[in-house]
Write a protein that binds this ligand. Structure first.
Ligand code: 5GP
Length: 181
């Protein structure tokens, strides 16, 4: 058991298992994107570690860029406004592979997709280290999934709890409260 901030977490997925899965994903991406010079688009902050490790294992020429998502509620409307910050590349005609740490409800990913599609890429696929199918509320289909997991809160390997825990090399899951099944 470890403590991150004010919560206890238990071991979930070991670094060796993460490494092996990333190598398999990278192999698949390398096969699918031969001669396509894919542009990986990592979503900060959570995906920085995954993106770095994934890119190291990709064997075909590829590029990387990072974006940050900034969402805010518009005062006089119910709509959420999403901006992608940091993307300098021209996506026109490019093969884009979004690299995300986790797809939970899918809301963030759906907004990222909408923003990226505006720039007329030739193709857009999603790679996510973790995917919580039970929590999904949008029609998001990640092409490359590291691990499908239950609807529980995880930290480590770039993912945080209140800003902490990103430095952990393994993944941990929130410990069940005593007495709760
Ligand atoms: P969404 O619900 O929009 O798919 O997920 C948005 C964001 O919520 C993710 O990119 C991630 O930052 C955060 N998130 C969702 N589930 C977890 C989790 O289990 N652990 C951590 N650390 N962050 C999560």
């Amino acid at each position: 058991m470890i403590t991150v901030g004010d919560k206890d977490f238990v071991p979930f997925i070991e670094r060796k298992t993460i490494e092996a899965r990333i190598a398999a994903l990278a192999l698949q991406i390398s096969q699918d994107y031969q001669a396509k010079r894919p542009l990986l688009v990592g979503v900060l902050n959570g995906a920085f570690m995954f993106a770095a490790d994934l890119m190291k294992e990709i064997s075909v020429p590829c590029e990387i860029s990072f974006v940050k998502v900034s969402s805010y509620q518009q005062a006089a409307s119910t709509g959420r406004v999403t901006q992608l910050i940091g993307l300098q590349e021209d996506l026109t005609g490019r093969h884009v592979v979004i690299v995300e740490d986790i797809v939970d409800t899918g809301l963030t990913m759906s907004e990222i997709l909408t923003e990226l599609q505006k720039q007329n890429p030739r193709s857009v696929e999603i790679t996510t280290l973790l995917f919580k199918p039970e929590a999904l509320r949008k029609a998001i289909r990640p092409r490359y999934v590291g691990f499908e997991i239950a609807n529980r809160f995880v930290v480590g390997y770039g993912l945080d709890y209140n800003g902490l825990g990103r430095n952990l090399a393994d993944l941990y899951v929130l410990a069940e409260a005593p007495g709760v099944a």
